[in-house]
Design a protein around this ligand. Structure first.
Ligand code: SF4
Length: 386
């Protein structure tokens, strides 16, 4: 699946006056249910399956007669990479894959905007400040098209709270359409300092949802210096407490960077003393793109420099009964006693390994590196211990 592109292009012709066509892919076969949810992909050998009523069509190097009044795309490269039940969008002059049916890494990005400006954000500030119009109807349509046996969906931004009550509409739709799916909502948590919003949010969220919220320090001034948003610590802590009152499944995410790695134990103690109803704490290694790369001098810390602090902070939480995971850490870059906490968390299309990893006995269990992190680590490489 690593080779499946998110964007398909070609010398393509699109016949549609609509802003977008979003549908579930079905290839060379009929569907028995409502066809308006589907985009039918047809090759010439299956042209007898052509019938009207689908949301859209992809014709592989052929066109049926009298197709002017339907929405279609043709002359598209990479068509063979689509599989049944992917969700795609025709847009201008390309086809985007919005959901990949063979992936466990699917996400719905509800906005690119954010009300914080974290120094280690893997997105560039320009990306977050370029206003993309992601309409609520488009989001609801995507959810409609995702197969209801999908195991996991991440809802993310930017900051999802930026779309305010539309976020609740998105979550309500998820609850109604995908009752068996496990959701992870990634938010900076500031929106939940609004009590009324939180009450409405709780009433409408899917049953299986975890909310992941970052905390970068136990001291307001230090956390706010990292988010570059005054008052963000206070809002996040108030938000966390508002959510915890409802016994929701909360995960605190601590990104380990130069500005906080020596404070990991203080952060753990703060969580144990003030937020001990959280179920999980994940320590996250950096992805050195976007703002993180731009602010490299203040952000980058070698894996070996944070090893002891990471171990102490993890054991403090574990003793308190809090589940701890390490995300984005290659196994050989952490204390051996924490090996079982390391998760294969980097998306399949991003993960990279070093040449020497080919001889490593734990490669099958190792989550590897982000490409950007590997480049920086390579230049300061330490000896792998495996
Ligand atoms: S050598 Fe490579 S595969 Fe092995 S633990 Fe290190 S990063 Fe992972």
């Amino acid at each position: 699946m690593n080779n499946r592109p998110f964007i398909l292009k070609g010398n393509i012709t699109i016949n549609s006056n609509k802003e977008y066509i979003i549908g579930t892919v079905i290839i060379n076969q009929k569907v028995d249910e409502d066809k308006s949810k589907y985009v039918l992909v047809l090759d010439k050998e299956h042209k007898d399956l052509f019938e009207k009523g689908y949301e859209g069509y992809i014709f592989t190097n052929w066109l049926p007669d009298n197709c002017k009044e339907i929405d279609y795309v043709t002359e598209l490269f990479g068509i063979e990479t689509l599989i049944n039940y992917d969700v795609i969008e025709f847009n201008d002059d390309y086809v985007k894959v919005l959901y990949r049916d063979d992936s466990t890494d699917n996400f719905i990005q509800v906005t690119n905007q954010c009300n914080s400006n974290c120094i280690m954000c893997p997105d560039a500030e320009e990306v977050r400040n370029t206003r993309q119009k992601i309409s609520i109807n488009r989001l609801l349509r995507i959810i409609d098209c995702i197969p209801n046996d999908t195991e996991h969906i991440c809802i993310t931004g930017g900051e999802p709270g930026m779309i305010k009550y539309d976020l609740i509409k998105v979550l309500k739709k998820c609850k109604d359409c995908l009752p068996e799916t496990q959701f992870l909502l990634l938010s900076n948590g500031r929106i939940f300092s609004d009590h009324d919003f939180t009450e409405e949010f709780v009433k409408n969220i899917p049953y299986n949802i975890r909310i992941g919220i970052p905390l970068y320090s136990d001291i307001a001034k230090e956390h706010d210096a990292i988010t570059q948003a005054t008052g963000s610590f206070e809002q996040t802590i108030t938000g966390l407490n508002n959510l915890l009152k409802h016994n929701l499944d909360i995960e605190i995410r601590v990104v380990v960077m130069k500005k906080n790695y020596q404070k990991l134990s203080s952060i753990s103690n703060f969580i144990c003393n003030n937020l001990n109803k959280v179920n999980h704490v994940n320590f996250m290694a950096l992805e050195m793109t976007g703002s993180a790369y731009k602010n490299k001098e203040n952000v980058w810390v070698n894996f070996n420099e944070s090893t002891i602090d990471l171990y102490n902070a993890s054991t403090t939480l574990i003793k308190e009964g809090i589940d701890v995971n390490l995300y984005n850490f290659p196994i050989c870059k952490i204390d051996k006693r924490l090996y079982s906490l390391a998760q294969m968390s980097i998306s399949d299309y991003k993960v990279r390994y070093l040449d020497k990893c080919n001889n490593c006995i734990v490669k099958e269990k190792c989550g590897g590196f982000f490409p950007s992190t590997m480049n920086i680590q390579n230049s300061e490489e330490e000896k792998c211990t495996n």
